[in-house]
Design a protein around this ligand. Structure first.
Ligand code: MSK
Length: 636
């Protein structure tokens, strides 16, 4: 069984791993131990199952066999594997975005009464960016056009993907067009990858990587669209004060966790849970306590201050508390093992999406037309579950941290406008020039079972903050940092270097907070990596440079999902040095490794840094920041 204190830096998780061991519930860490040693061919990317003559594997040490049965070399094999991971990530983010586009379309046509356009200003600004007329038109008309423009971006048409062409700098859009990297359609690019990686199709590793880069940009479109449409439908986040970690569960309440990614159901659940308080009280509960897991949690935290229970690799541990009455899942990052843990702990696992069913779970067929009813049905199931649990002992780790979240681009600009209303980005740029902000790092992606949970995120963030690097975070990277106090303004003094501390304090005080902003700004869920892109593009535009010149880096320090690979790919495409803290299954291909970590810099300015050691990774990220500062003529 897993050693509790070695698997996670989070004491709440350690407590629950210990309990899981006691009550004989198998965890992700147990299954990982049972899997060791993992296949060396797979780890290096040197196995292929793309045709029925395989599986083929190539000797990673240069011995025989040197090619697959079809003659594919090691570089072809790893490039094809990487491309398919990028395509899967892009399909997931854009599937999420397409779902929102359909919801917006139904709402615009008055066919989904539980949804409205909550942020009209955002709708108008997205429409303007896309060239959709807004003057003298109703909100419904504009919303319908935006939804249709979104859906049109999925297929090949006369214009390229608008959620790329209009969201990067003009210079970058031109570069992409010249180099054949501007996606033609989001689905087109995903299908193109599946075609070119088919048996006997693309056998040029560099050409395969270029296809992967373009598909990565299709992923940027999916993410950006996901953020835009969520903000339009559910409101653009503004700073909120809330809490994180398992201590947010309440023994006497109906505890409902929302888990997955898309706010399309969870936002309605949050509203309905409030309406159903009296039903919960009638069942003897103190109320309904909605908490978040993974990115659905990030979505409802950013917009409603819903507390986060846990993230990513520790999702089973939330159930091990015995205090969760229902876990409601949409899609992505939901471990199938939850069904077994739920059965052991008396939690109802409720699936809601046609593409995500789990044997052992209760399935409620969610649709936008019946969202409110579906949400009420779910809360009722949770209340029933509470009635059975009532009075029984639970084990809630008494551990939680304060979190200030909700830093959308609009919120960041609003906060900066308090320092300079005419030119809100100027204070930020001035501080970068002065060196009080040495650079910016975006932390994204998951917790990987191969890394003691949160170790890489917290170690790298600690180092960078001390060196006055402004840190943004999304996804479960944000989750890791929030559970360790990085989003509590009270910890700025201990975490940040003097320059950064002064900047965060000046912005916080100008906004009437009576103290600093938190050390790490929570910019949202996985799709909300687009918000970090938007900040970088706004700063680059304001300076008249391109995004590959900015002292901005990214890190997926404990990546798991193929979505982290596609996000990393678009970060590299827009020109960012991008760290990955776990081994990518490409190292078996020497040419591919060289292209991804060095050569691609000549094309986009960005590149991958693959380094599992947090200390040396932090040094490399700082060096990349300094290289860019020097090129801009700034002090290092
Ligand atoms: S949820 S993709 S485990 S960040 Fe976005 Fe977390 Fe990674 Fe899923």
């Amino acid at each position: 069984m897993a050693n509790p204190c070695k698997v996670s830096l989070d004491p709440a998780v350690c407590e629950m791993v210990e309990k899981a061991r006691r009550v004989k519930v198998e965890t992700v860490w147990d299954r990982y131990q049972a899997m060791l040693p993992q296949c060396g061919f797979g780890e290096t990317g040197l196995c292929c199952r793309h045709c029925l003559q395989g599986p083929c594997r190539i000797d990673p040490f240069g011995g025989e066999p040197k090619t697959g049965i079809c003659g594919a070399t090691a570089d072809v094999m790893v490039a094809r594997g990487l491309d398919r991971a990028i395509a899967a990530g892009s399909a997931a983010h854009s599937g999420h975005a397409r779902h929102l586009a359909h919801t917006l379309k139904l709402a615009a046509k008055g066919k989904a009464r539980d949804y409205t356009v909550k942020d009209k200003a955002k709708l108008r600004s997205v429409a303007a960016r896309l060239g959709i007329p807004t003057e003298g038109r109703s909100i419904a008309e504009i919303a319908l056009d935006v939804a249709e423009a979104a859906l049109a971006d999925f297929h090949e048409k006369d214009t390229p993907v608008m959620w790329v062409a209009t969201t990067v700098t003009k210079k970058r859009a031109k570069l992409f067009a010249e180099k054949g990297l501007l996606p033609k359609g989001i689905d087109y690019e995903v299908a193109d990858i599946m075609h070119r990686t088919l048996y006997g199709t693309d056998a040029d590793p560099v050409n395969l990587l270029l296809g992967g880069l373009r598909c990565g940009l299709a992923d940027l479109a999916g993410c950006y669209m996901g953020t835009d449409l969520s903000d339009i439908l559910f409101g653009t986040p503004q700073p909120v004060v809330t809490e994180a970690n398992m201590g947010v569960l309440k023994a006497d309440a109906v505890n409902v966790a929302v888990h997955g990614h898309n706010p399309v159901l969870s936002d309605v659940i949050v509203a309905v849970a409030k309406e159903m308080e009296s039903e919960a009280k009638a069942a003897g509960a103190s109320g309904v306590n909605v908490v978040g897991i993974c990115c659905t949690g990030n979505e409802v935290m950013m917009r409603h201050g819903i507390p986060a229970c846990t993230h990513s690799v520790s999702q089973e541990m939330a159930l091990v508390t015995g205090a969760l009455d229902a876990v409601v899942v949409d899609y992505q990052c939901i471990m199938p093992s939850l069904a077994t843990v739920a059965e052991c702990m008396g939690t109802k696992l409720i699936t809601t999406m046609e593409i995500t069913k789990i044997p052992g779970a209760i399935h409620i067929d969610f649709s936008e037309e019946t969202a409110g009813e579906n949400a009420r049905q779910i809360i009722r199931l949770a209340i029933e579950s509470f009635s059975r649990r009532r009075g029984k002992p639970v084990d809630i780790p008494q551990i939680k941290t304060k979190v200030v979240a909700g830093f959308s681009v609009e919120a960041i600009i609003n906060a900066l406008a308090k320092l300079n209303a005419e030119d809100p980005l100027k204070p930020l740029i001035d501080q970068i020039v002065a060196g009080n902000i040495r650079g910016v790092c975006l932390f994204a992606g998951c917790n990987n079972v191969k890394v003691p949970q949160d170790k890489n995120f917290t170690a790298i963030a600690r180092r960078l903050l001390k060196e006055n690097v402004l840190v943004l975070a999304t996804g479960c990277g944000a989750g890791a940092l929030m559970r360790h106090g990085f989003m509590d303004p009270a910890n700025v003094g201990e975490l940040c270097g003097e320059g950064l501390k002064a900047v965060l304090t000046a912005i916080g005080e100008a906004n009437g907070l009576g103290g600093p902003l938190p050390a790490v700004l929570h910019v949202g869920s996985c799709v909300d990596n687009s918000r970090a892109v938007a900040v970088a593009v706004a700063v680059a535009d304001r300076l008249g440079v391109d995004t590959d010149q900015l002292p901005v880096v990214a890190s997926a320090a404990e990546a798991v999902s193929e979505k982290a690979i596609s996000i990393g790919t678009y970060a590299v495409a827009i020109g960012l040095p991008t760290h990955v803290g776990v081994m990518l299954p490409v190292v078996g291909g020497p040419l591919v490794t060289k292209v991804l970590t060095e050569k691609v810099k000549d094309l986009t300015g960005g590149y991958f840094i693959v380094d599992p050691d947090p200390e040396s990774a932090a040094k490399k990220l700082l060096a990349a920041i300094d290289e860019r500062r020097a090129a801009l003529g700034l002090s290092v």
